[in-house]
Design a protein around this ligand. Structure first.
Ligand code: PEP
Ligand code: MN
Length: 338
């Protein structure tokens, strides 16, 4: 259930409502907008229905939420959420660009990638230190050494670091080094991992599962938010269909849909979404045009020798070209490239 407080409800009236709900064991989440406060109530349906909340002072109305996700929903928080990562904003008209290699391979490779993506206007450096690879024989990542390199690259360039966390055990170490935790497609429904990320104090980039419906994806975000971590950003990265020319089918309609259903920002990864570097530019432009709040793009100093995903990685030159093209579209859309 969602409780909408009056525009002029006092803090004391709001606290009375919260106390009443908590006293019977219900979980309460507050969303304070520009003009009014919305209280999300989570718990057993019957218990919620028993509370005479509409009779309490300061309450305008109560709204039953039928979807299984609540905190993620726009009915809980009407304005676009802005995720602020030490001054770099995602959402609410700010276009965030996360770029870098698929995997951290060496300090030289990472630093060169960081310098070129920074020069082209990206705000985040991406790069996997823990790699979830389809084959157990493929390069698995440099793990903690890779995290140390990411932190070094941040120190030298000022870029924020986003990197994947693949299991519950490594949440603390990834959270120690990264500015944002990435939960990959293969782990979108790893509920223990979602809960652990929800308990961490780091913003989370939640990629769409390999074949997840929008509803399953929204519920995955609810797992994170229900632990009190409201800093969640979605990332559309394509889904498995019967099409084989592209690695995945990039579902841009999901971007528009998620923006209607949820207040959380959503970015697009056209690299994994297509698997082909030549499609990354056109799909980046389309993503910004359909309302995405940002992009995640794989860039490698020399894609031909990349240890993973070279086929979909842009050269530094092509990345700066794509950045120029999207800045024109961002302008048309009234977005700031922070
Ligand atoms: C990645 O971003 O490196 C990655 C593995 O992506 P996904 O989880 O979308 O496959
Ligand atoms: Mn990759």
């Amino acid at each position: 259930m969602i409780i909408v407080m009056n525009d002029n409800a006092t803090k004391q009236e709001m606290e009375q409502v919260v106390d009443r709900l908590e006293a019977v064991g219900l979980k309460v989440h507050l969303s304070t907008g520009d003009s009014r406060t919305i209280i999300g109530v989570i718990g057993e349906k019957g218990l919620i229905a028993e509370q005479p909340i509409e009779a309490m002072p300061g309450v305008e109305k109560t709204v039953a939420v039928t979807e299984s996700y609540k905190l993620v929903s726009r009915s809980f928080h009407q304005e676009d959420s802005i995720i602020d990562i030490d001054g770099v904003k995602i959402g609410g008209g700010n276009l965030a660009v996360m770029a870098g290699p698929c995997a951290v391979e060496s300090m030289e490779q990472l630093l060169e990638s960081a310098r070129v993506v920074k020069a082209a206007g990206a705000q985040f450096l991406r790069g996997g230190a823990f790699k979830p690879r389809t084959s157990p024989y493929a390069f698995q990542g440099l793990e903690v050494k890779g995290l140390e390199m990411l932190a070094k690259a941040r120190e030298l360039t000022g870029l924020k670091v986003v990197t994947e966390v693949v299991d519950v055990e490594s949440v603390p170490v990834v959270a120690e080094y990264a500015d944002m935790l990435q939960i990959g497609a293969r782990n979108m429904q790893n509920f223990k991992l979602l809960t652990a990320a929800g308990k961490s104090n780091k913003p989370v980039l939640l990629k769409r599962g390999l074949a997840a419906t929008i509803n399953e994806w929204l519920n995955a975000a609810e797992y994170i938010m229900s632990e009190g971590n409201y800093n969640v950003v979605f990332c559309e990265r394509g889904i498995r269909t019967y099409e084989e020319y592209t690695r995945n089918t990039l579902d841009l309609s999901a971007v528009a849909a998620v923006k209607q259903i949820s207040h959380l920002p959503i970015i697009v990864d056209p690299s994994h979404g297509t698997g082909r570097w030549k499609l990354v530019g056109p799909m980046s432009r389309a993503a910004v045009a359909c309302g995405a709040d940002g992009l995640m793009i794989e860039v490698h100093p020399n894609p031909a020798i990349a240890l993973s995903d070279g086929k979909q990685s842009l050269t530094p030159e092509n990345f700066s070209l794509v950045m120029k093209e999207i800045s024109g579209i961002a302008n048309l859309m009234g977005m700031k490239m922070a």
